[in-house]
Structures are given as structure tokens and as C-alpha cells.
Design a binder for this molecule. Structure first.
Ligand SMILES: *[C@@H]1O[C@H](CO)[C@@H](O)[C@H](O)[C@H]1NC(C)=O
Ligand SMILES: *[C@@H]1O[C@H](CO)[C@@H](O)[C@H](O)[C@H]1NC(C)=O
Ligand SMILES: *[C@@H]1O[C@H](CO)[C@@H](O)[C@H](O)[C@H]1NC(C)=O
Ligand SMILES: *[C@@H]1O[C@H](CO)[C@@H](O)[C@H](O)[C@H]1NC(C)=O
Length: 297
């Protein structure tokens, strides 16, 4: 009999000594602009029973409870401002995973407390959710995009001056040319203003579209310019228009890959396309200055 009693006392001591639940220590997680939901990790490392119906989970933000899961009744309780809150995976709960998933909108930054009880044993851990706000594209990609727009603006302005001074085109054609290019540059500048601020929202997508899509107009404009300037189209002029169209197609393909992805995919393809459009504009300008023969009215 005494053997049993000693065993009983020993067991009791062991049980009391391990009444505390321990957690994998995660100090903080970050929510960046690309996360559509926030997962706040919480994993108990020393569960004994491994049964959902022995587990009770509570989540608190800055000390006030907003979510609980009662394993005995298999029942979830949520604060109404955290409607999206849920255990990441109920099937992993017996293994100690009590991580929480929340929609981005319902996950303010702060200290989240995960409190887990398994029968009479309990413990909690605190994870800080940090929001970080960056722009959609990398800073270098942003710089390149802005650079292509600035270079384009300078080139089209110079081109308008050259055309106005050196070529005897009708005034209405000159104005039409100038206005069409002005519109493209204007839309691109609006696009940059929408694109650069931190975040990945529809405004950034619209911004990118405004930079890339209207550049289409530049292809027929270049063709129109050459047909107005040369009596017979030189092969080189045709090649330039062709290259400009290629640049546009590359830019739009890159845009298509980027626009729905966060972080954007293949930003470099889109930038390469925009750069080709600029390079063709630069060559076209030099060509007009050096080789272009002014038409006589
Ligand atoms: C946000 O997404 C990144 C990359 O997918 C991930 O590592 C991180 O844990 C996510 N943050 C949160 C709070 O869910
Ligand atoms: C829900 O959470 C908010 C913010 O933490 C708190 O002000 C409010 O009292 C909570 N509501 C309930 C019903 O617990
Ligand atoms: C749960 O834990 C047990 C034992 O540690 C392991 O064998 C099993 O693969 C785990 N299950 C999952 C889904 O992680
Ligand atoms: C979360 O807790 C840490 C450590 O106690 C503290 O430094 C930090 O300011 C807290 N964050 C918020 C948002 O309260």
C-alpha cells in the first residue's frame, strides 16, 4: 500500500510542477502592405492530453479579451469588432497550435496575448503585431519609373521645340502633336503621384496603369510625326516606330505581371519597356535634328 501512496504523492508533485504551459517564444510579427490577413503565432510546447475538448483558448489585445475558443463546447466567442478572428487551424489545436488569423482591417498593431488552458494547466504569451508601411515597388524601381517619366517629359518637350522651329508643319498639326504628348505626360505624372505613396491599394494600381497604358498614344504620334516630316518614309523611321511599339508591348506585358501581384512581379520588365520607349524617343529626336529634311510648304 505505501508504494502506491508514495507514487501518488510523486505524481501530485510532478503535476503541480508542470501546471504551467510553455510557449514557443515569438516576440513580434510584422504586417506589411502585402499581407491580406494577419497570422499571430501561438504554440504551446508542453501539452499533455492533446485533446481539443480539454483546451480553452483566449486572445486579448492590450489586455482586453476579444476572442475565445472553448474546446469543451466547441464554441467560438468574438468581440464584434473582430468578426474575422479565427483559430488558424482547429485541427492543429491538439498539437498546441492556437495561432490566430484576422483580416488585415481588423488587426490593429499592438500586444496580443494568447492564453491557453489545458484542463487545469494554463499559460500565456505575448506577441507584438507591428505594422510596416512601404511603397508597393522597391525604392530603386520607384526611382527608375520616375526617371522614365521625367526623361519622357524632357524629350517630348524638346521634340516639340525642334518641330516648331525646324519643320514647316501646319499649326494645327503642331498643336495636336504637342497636346497629345502633353496628355500622356500629364497622366503619367498623376500616375506617379498615385503610385509612390506607401501601400498597395487600388490607387497604386490605377497610378501604374496611368503611367503605362496611355503611352500607347506615343506610337501613332511618332508615326504621324515622321509622315508629317518626311515626304517618303525612310526605313529608319519605320524601324523606330516599330521599336516604339515593341517597347510599349513589353511595358504593358510587365504591367500585366505587376498589377495584381504584391510584391510586384517582374517590375524590371515593365521598366525596360518604358526605357525602350524613352530610348526610341531620344533616337527619334536626334534623328529629326540631324537627318530630318524640313518639308517646304
Ligand atoms: C505577412 O506576410 C509575410 C510573407 O508572406 C509573412 O512572413 C508574415 O508572417 C505575414 N505577417 C502576418 C502578421 O501574418
Ligand atoms: C470589443 O473591443 C473593443 C476594443 O477593444 C472594446 O472597446 C469593446 O468594449 C469590446 N466589446 C465587447 C462586447 O467586448
Ligand atoms: C502533432 O504532433 C504529433 C506528435 O508530436 C505528430 O506526430 C503529428 O505529426 C503532429 N500533427 C501535425 C498535424 O502537426
Ligand atoms: C508592446 O509591448 C512592448 C514590451 O512591453 C512595448 O515595448 C511596446 O511598446 C508595446 N506595444 C504597443 C503597441 O503597446
Amino acid at each position: 500500500m505505501w508504494v502506491l501512496r508514495v507514487c501518488w504523492v510523486l505524481l501530485g508533485t510532478l503535476a503541480a510542477g508542470s501546471a504551467q504551459l510553455y510557449f514557443e517564444k515569438v516576440r513580434s510579427v510584422t504586417l506589411d502592405i502585402c499581407n491580406t490577413s494577419a497570422i499571430i503565432p501561438c504554440r504551446v510546447t508542453n501539452l499533455i492530453l492533446h485533446r481539443t475538448n480539454a483546451i480553452f483558448v483566449k486572445w486579448k489585445l492590450q489586455g482586453s479579451e476579444f476572442f475565445s475558443y472553448d474546446g469543451v463546447e466547441n464554441k467560438v466567442t468574438r468581440n464584434s469588432t473582430f468578426q474575422s478572428a479565427n483559430l488558424l487551424d482547429l485541427s492543429l489545436l491538439p498539437n498546441g497550435t492556437a495561432s490566430l488569423i484576422l483580416s488585415r482591417e481588423e488587426a490593429p498593431p499592438g500586444n496580443y496575448t494568447c492564453d491557453v488552458a489545458e484542463s487545469s494547466r494554463e499559460g500565456d504569451t505575448i506577441v507584438e503585431l507591428i505594422h510596416i508601411s512601404t511603397s508597393w515597388f522597391q525604392p530603386t524601381e520607384n526611382s527608375f519609373i520616375i526617371a522614365t517619366v521625367i526623361v519622357a517629359a524632357v524629350l517630348y518637350f524638346s521634340q516639340s521645340v525642334v518641330v516648331a522651329m525646324r519643320f514647316d508643319m501646319t499649326l494645327s498639326k503642331k498643336i495636336g502633336l504637342f497636346l497629345a504628348e502633353l496628355i500622356v505626360i500629364f497622366l503619367a505624372v498623376i500616375g506617379v503621384i498615385l503610385l509612390i505613396p506607401a501601400g498597395y491599394e487600388s490607387s497604386q494600381q490605377i497610378g501604374l496603369a496611368l503611367i503605362v497604358v496611355p503611352a500607347f498614344i506615343l506610337v501613332p504620334i511618332l508615326h504621324f510625326l515622321f509622315t508629317s516630316v518626311f515626304e517618303k518614309q525612310p526605313l529608319f523611321a519605320i524601324i523606330l516606330v516599330f521599336l516604339k511599339a515593341i517597347g510599349y508591348i513589353i511595358a504593358v506585358a510587365g504591367f500585366g505581371l505587376c498589377v495584381l501581384a504584391c510584391p510586384p512581379k517582374q517590375g524590371s520588365i515593365m521598366i525596360a519597356g518604358l526605357a525602350i520607349i524613352d530610348i526610341v524617343a531620344a533616337i527619334g529626336l536626334i534623328y529629326l535634328i540631324v537627318i530630318g529634311v524640313p518639308l517646304v510648304k
